[in-house]
Design a protein around this ligand. Structure first.
Ligand code: PRP
Ligand code: HPA
Length: 126
C-alpha cells in the first residue's frame, strides 16, 4: 500500500478496513467477517479498494456490496494479484498487477497463517 500511494501523484486520502475469511487457514471459510470498518464516510467520494489478492472473489464481492450501499461517486477495485482459475464469484478488477496460477502465495503483505507478511518478496509453497 505504501509503495502504491507513493506512485500516485494527486491529492488523496487513505482509510483502512479489515475483513477476514481465511483466518489462519489456507482455505476460505466462505464467510467474510468484518473485523474493522472504515473511519470515514465514502458517500460521494471516488473510491478505489486496494486488495492484495483476489482468489475465490468472495471477499471482494462482499466488499463491493457493502461499500456500494454507502453510495460512493464511483467504486473501483485494484489488486496486486489475481488467481482467475480459483474464482467462485465473478468480480470486476479495474486495476490488476499480475494474474497467477493456483498456488498459495505469501510475503509482501500476504500472510501465511498470519506470518511472513514482512517478507520483501512474494513466494509460494513448494
Ligand atoms: O478472494 P478470496 O478467496 O476471498 O481471498 C482473498 C482475500 O483473502 C485474504 O484475506 P484473508 O481472509 O486471508 O484475511 P486474513 O489473512 O486477515 O484472515 C486476502 O487479503 C483477500 O482479502
Ligand atoms: O494465496 C494466498 N495467499 C495469502 N492469502 C490468500 N488469500 C487468498 N489466497 C491467498
Amino acid at each position: 500500500m505504501a509503495d502504491l500511494v507513493r506512485a500516485i501523484d494527486m491529492p488523496l486520502t487513505m482509510d483502512f478496513l479489515a475483513v477476514s475469511s481465511y483466518g489462519d487457514s489456507q482455505k476460505t471459510s466462505g464467510e467474510v467477517e468484518l473485523i474493522k470498518d472504515l473511519r470515514l464516510p465514502i458517500a460521494g467520494r471516488h473510491v478505489i479498494v486496494v486488495e492484495d489478492i483476489v482468489d475465490t472473489g468472495i471477499t471482494i464481492n462482499y466488499l463491493l456490496r457493502m461499500l456500494e450501499a454507502r453510495q460512493p461517486a464511483s467504486l473501483k477495485i485494484a489488486a496486486l494479484l489475481s488467481k482467475p482459475s480459483r474464482r467462485q464469484i465473478e468480480v470486476p478488477i479495474h486495476y490488476l498487477g499480475f494474474e497467477i496460477e493456483d498456488a498459495f502465495v505469501y510475503g509482501y503483505g500476504l500472510d501465511r497463517s498470519q506470518f511472513d507478511r514482512n517478507l520483501p518478496f512474494i513466494t509460494s509453497q513448494a
